[in-house]
Design a protein around this ligand. Structure first.
Ligand SMILES: [Zn+2]
Ligand SMILES: [Zn+2]
Ligand SMILES: [Zn+2]
Length: 98
């Protein structure tokens, strides 16, 4: 079991993490919640489907929740890439402020 470094809760028990916003270069971006990722419109992802009550396969949050820190499913609100390895908005870096 893993405890989230951000909200300090057990990842598989908390429905959502805390911290709505990421900031980069002085601009704030609303974090992408589980189920709202752009990739769900990709046919391959769409085929997998996502339903109310599903939980993130990586960090365990519920649909509509904020991913826990360092989840590899979280999408970057700026470049739509994978947040943990994208444009510098890495969630555990200096950018996660709120
Ligand atoms: Zn968390
Ligand atoms: Zn997640
Ligand atoms: Zn990015």
């Amino acid at each position: 079991m893993a405890v989230c470094k951000k909200c300090r809760r057990e990842m598989l028990e908390a429905d959502s993490c805390t911290g709505n916003t990421l900031s980069s270069d002085g601009l704030d971006y609303a974090r992408v919640r589980f189920g709202s990722e752009a990739q769900w419109s990709d046919p391959q992802w769409k085929a997998l489907g996502i339903e109310q009550g599903d939980r993130c396969g990586d960090c365990g949050v519920s649909v509509g929740g904020l991913h826990h820190l360092d989840c590899d499913m979280e999408e970057c609100p700026k470049c739509k890439g994978q947040l943990i390895e994208c444009c510098g908005m890495h969630a555990s870096g200096p950018h996660l402020v709120r």
